[in-house]
Design a protein around this ligand. Structure first.
Ligand SMILES: Nc1nc2c(c(=O)[nH]1)N[C@H]1C(S)=C(S)[C@@H](COP(=O)(O)OP(=O)(O)OC[C@H]3O[C@@H](n4cnc5c(N)ncnc54)[C@H](O)[C@@H]3O)O[C@H]1N2
Ligand code: MOO
Ligand SMILES: [Mg+2]
Length: 432
């Protein structure tokens, strides 16, 4: 008798899974390797930036009061008391009617409170002394880059769990992080199952296909910020697969299998979960593709039984594995970013389950256009190549016409959403 599974909705499945997602530890890595990693601690400014008042121009540091009552017809002459380049400091306070030649980035000398650009002064020599002539009144504070105007000491610059961009690398360097506290990458095991699977470098033969999911999942893991550990592909043999899964669990933070998760004669994952004494969180979801996505838990570790069908496998990963990976990486926003876009083409096939259609987002005249890519079937692989979004079409009895608003999940985004934000626009309710 075939097992009858009770489907649950997407948000319920997410809630069940996320209870077992936990943050990992922090490791210190060289700053040169930090781009693309995730911050393991909040980044707090331990000094002001800039740390001193400095000149944003090449010019002369002056005392603004010396230019009071100055005009084109009544210029003021200030004696040049010396010069400083970036990295040097002027050794004494500047006296009345003196100016200091100063270069961009140099510290403003004591006594000065403004900078006049080189282009705005006349330089002259009289009796062997150098002077500048200024023909206008300068306000105190003119052309000064003030201490702390960029960043105030004590402010939180970036929260832990944030994806480290080149801009964040610049901040890390500014604050002296030769070693960066990075969230440790979760180790995610990958196992492919199926007697029909050929290795990538094998020639096609009757009844067989190449194993694409294992490589797809490994790159999805990398994109999500995890470290993939590939255990190989195994034929549909209960004992072999059971032993492999059992051994792999101890070496990883989470384990992903692909294939063998439905109700077929050789779909052994349900038996393996039972034999391992796992707690199956769900094994049927009201979604397409990926309705058979199964998530189980063993001693607090998440085990993902993703479908063998490539599109179903892909979507199952992004909805249920990615948030657990980002949670491990300390992110408070582990879910895919959801945006509203205009559907770029009709999608008239109706389905009682919510659909996650592989699509491509483009910008047209300031609007976001979401267009389905390729054949929309669970067992299709080609549509995945052009997809940078999943278009969310809530289940119902009718299809969707081009031009209407749809929610889309951005696959390449690094900011993400909290679970609450992700669920706010409930994918299970249809907005006709
Ligand atoms: N009687 C029923 N049949 C099926 C049901 C159902 O509810 N009742 N569900 C269907 C749905 S929906 C899906 S999705 C698939 C899920 O299948 P499995 O997860 O059990 O995966 P397999 O049977 O092992 O393979 C399915 C399909 O995918 C190909 N495959 C498998 N592994 C890979 C790989 N690593 N790379 C590329 N392609 C792979 C495999 O050859 C099959 O064509 O079940 C439906 N059936
Ligand atoms: O699990 Mo299936 O992907 O709905 O075709
Ligand atoms: Mg099957």
């Amino acid at each position: 008798m075939v097992e009858r599974r009770k489907p649950i909705n997407v948000n319920e499945a997410i809630s069940r899974m996320i209870r077992f997602a936990k943050a990992g530890s922090v490791e210190y890595i060289p700053i040169e390797k930090s781009y693309g990693r995730f911050l393991g601690e909040d980044l707090i400014a331990d000094h002001h930036v800039p740390p001193f008042d400095r000149s944003p121009y090449d010019g002369f540091a002056v005392r603004a009061a010396d230019t009071d009552y100055t005009s084109r017809n009544h210029p003021v002459e200030l004696e040049i008391a010396g010069e400083i380049g970036a990295g040097s400091v002027f050794e004494r306070p500047v006296a009345a009617c003196e100016a200091v030649r100063i270069m961009t980035g140099a510290q403003i000398p004591d006594g000065c409170d403004a900078v006049v650009m080189l282009e705005e002064v006349n330089e002259l020599v009289r009796n062997g002394k150098k002077y500048i002539q200024i023909k206008r009144n300068i306000k105190a504070g003119t052309n000064i880059s003030f201490t702390g105007e960029d960043t105030q000491k004590g402010s939180i610059l970036t929260k832990k769990g944030t994806y480290i961009t080149p801009g964040i690398v610049a901040l890390l360097a500014t604050f002296g992080y030769k070693k960066v506290p990075a969230a440790k990458k979760p180790k995610i095991g990958v196992i492919a199952t199926g007697s029909e699977l050929l290795e990538v470098d094998q020639a096609l033969e009757a009844g067989k296909i190449r194993n694409s999911n294992a490589y797809m999942i490994q790159s999805q893991i990398t994109r999500a910020g995890g470290e993939a550990l590939y255990f190989g592909q195994f034929s549909d043999d209960l004992e072999v697969c059971y032993n492999q899964v059992k051994e792999a669990i101890d070496e990883v933070d989470m384990l992903i299998t692909t294939g063998g998760v439905s109700v077929g004669d050789y779909d052994y994952l349900p038996d393996i979960y039972a034999k391992l004494g796992c707690h199956v969180l769900f094994n049927k979801i009201k979604m397409r593709p990926g309705s058979v996505t199964t998530v189980a838990e063993k001693n607090g570790k998440l085990l993902y039984g993703l479908s063998g069908n490539p599109s179903a496998c892909y979507v199952g990963f992004e909805l249920y594995a990615r948030p657990a990976i980002r949670t491990f990486l300390h992110s408070s926003y582990p879910f895919l970013k959801k945006e509203t876009a205009t559907l770029g083409a009709d999608f008239l096939k109706s389905n009682p389950f919510d659909r996650f259609v592989r699509g491509h987002i483009s910008y047209q005249d300031g609007r976001l256009i979401a267009t389905p890519v390729g054949l929309d079937k669970s067992n299709v692989v080609s549509s995945l190549a052009g997809a940078n979004i999943l278009i969310l079409l809530p289940g119902g009895t009718r299809g969707y016409e081009a031009g209407r608003d749809v929610s889309v999940l951005l696959l390449e985004d690094q900011e993400g959403l909290t679970m609450e934000q992700f669920m706010e626009r409930d994918v299970n309710s249809r907005k006709d």
